[in-house]
Ligand binder design. Sequence first.
Ligand code: ZN
Length: 227
Amino acid sequence: MASSSQARCVFLGAPGAGKGTQAKRVAQGSGLTHLSTGDLLREEVKSGSELGVEAKGYMDAGKLVPDQLIIDMVKARIGGGDSAIGESGLLAASGWILDGFPRTLPQAEALDVNLSGDNALTHVISFAVPEEVLMGRLTGRRTCLNCGAIWHVEHKPTSKEGVCDQCGGELTQRSDDCNEAIGKRLEVYRSQTTPLLAYYGDRGVLKEVDANRSPDVVFQELLTHMQ
Ligand SMILES: [Zn+2]
């Protein structure tokens, strides 16, 4: 992946599609920076930056952080904005993978406004997985209350049911991994994020990856797309 050092990528995929895991893996092997919206939000809040303080206000009130605030955070990281973390120049030069952003059409349009000409997106990868497979992946997920390790009742079981192999801690099902919550998350993805496939398809940067296969096979295919 020698030429991917300048890559500016977006990974699109429903919850459970595996895009976060793959983004991390591709970033590790290529020197690209993995920018997960969740991590970004946590880091800004922790750093006490102006954006972070504003975001915390919404989170503490139990409200969704507005699109514009997320856009400002992403901009601060990939160039063209101010951030307390202050590595925007570096990131812009080394290339990056956005994971979890954009997830709506207005977000995608705002990103395009900020990234034009030499800074335009180079790759948008869509992780395709049938919904019933996503349901199975997400409902079987168990998290260790003690160390945070993630297991799966079918695909990555612990040797003793309900007990973490790593630390002996108790396993739990996250509240947003119950059937009803998952159904809702998938519906939000379908209505808000799938329109991005046509949007990026029209721009000629979209590649679809069949992500209903083993992580190693998906990773190998990703590498061929990223060259
Ligand atoms: Zn554990």
